[in-house]
Each structure stands twice: as structure tokens, then as C-alpha cells.
Design a protein around this ligand. Sequence first.
Ligand SMILES: *Cc1c(COP(=O)(O)O)cnc(C)c1O
Length: 228
Amino acid sequence: MNDLNANLENVNARIRCACEKAGRDARTVRLLAVSKLHPADSIRRLRSAGQVAFGENYAQEAVRKQAELGDPGIEWHFIGPLQSNKTGLVSRHFQWVQSVDREALLHRLSSQRPDGLPDLNVCLQVNIDREEQKSGVLPEDLLPLARLASSLGRLRLRGLMAIPSAESNDSETAGSFRVMHQLFCHLRDEGFPIDTLSMGMSSSLEQAILAGSTMVRVGTDLFGPRIR
Ligand SMILES: *Cc1c(COP(=O)(O)O)cnc(C)c1O
């Protein structure tokens, strides 16, 4: 578990294998290394092994680690629940936000994204299993949110993100991934030029790739268990 390089190789091999089984080109699936609650040093080690994209859930923790690393080659994704009072920080310090689920956040991110930076890449988070406690827009409310995201300046709508229920068994999770893929295709059919379907984590990346995921978000199987 301590050998981060071996973990990275192993996860990349799992992605390649899942792509092969799904009849997909392995280059169509990106790996996001989820580094929340892990130290900057672990990020540095994966980075040296070639990993580019890292995901963080807590804005202040992320900004601290970004300063410590000082590595402009890292692509930072914000993937945690987003509070209104954190949109400024997130719009200044990340290239991607995957957890946008309401209009107010889109307006704030759009107006707060600094002028000198490229457009902020946005994924809309879908509450695919309709869980009370979970962030995410409900599927029936997705289309108007996607329209707004595409109409605002400084933002670039890239796609969708989902976290299926932790209570689901394998076949229920697979079902949720399939519905996400349908929503993704539906938006494309509506003319949205989206390219990212972010789904699949340590224990579900194979299923997600089979269902059409283009980005798997892996924490535990890369960095080991998270200790608070
Ligand atoms: C923590 C987290 C992950 C990674 O989960 P693992 O099971 O540790 O791979 C992926 N996505 C989101 C949104 C997360 O918060």
C-alpha cells in the first residue's frame, strides 16, 4: 500500500484492461487521482510517476497543498460539495469544478473566475440515485442547468459527474452508470459539445468504464485509506 508507483501502475492497468473488455480505446478514459486528506508529498510522488490530474474535496486544504507543491503542471479538479462561500477560492485555484449542481453556483463561478485565466471547466453533478443527503441535480432538472452553464461567460461546460449510492449492490451501481450514460448522450443529442462523463471510483471503475465513463476518480486504490 505504501508503494504509490505500484498503485498507479496497477490502477492504470485496470483501466486498460476494462477498456479492452469494453472494446474501447484506453486513451478515451482519464484517471483523476483523488488526493483529499493525503499530504502534498504523496501528490508529488504520483506526479513524478506521470500523473497529471488531481481531485480535491476541501477548498482550503487543496489551496494549502497547491502552495506547498508549487507545480504549475498539475491539473486541479474540485470534486467536493461546493458551498457558495467557497466559489471564489475554487474559481481562482482550480481548472475544473465537477460538483456544480445549482444555478447560483454557476453565476458565482462565472463572475468570480479571474480574467487572466482560461475558462473554468465545469461538470454538472447529477444525484443519480436521488439520495436525500447527496449533492447533485435531479435528472429531470438537468437540461435547464446545462443551458445556463453553456450560456455564461468564463465557464466551459464539459460534462457530467455522479457518485452512485454507497448502499447499492454491483448491479444497482451498474444501472446508475447506464442511466448516467443515457443522460450524457441525451445532452449531446441536444447539441451540447460535452466530452466528459466522470464516474467510477476505486471499487467501481471497471463497471463505470463498461458503461461509458471517460474519467474515473480514484482515491483509496492509489493513496491507501484516508485517515482524518
Ligand atoms: C473521495 C472521492 C472519490 C474517491 O473515492 P475512492 O473510493 O477512495 O476511490 C471519488 N469521487 C469523489 C467525488 C470523492 O469524494
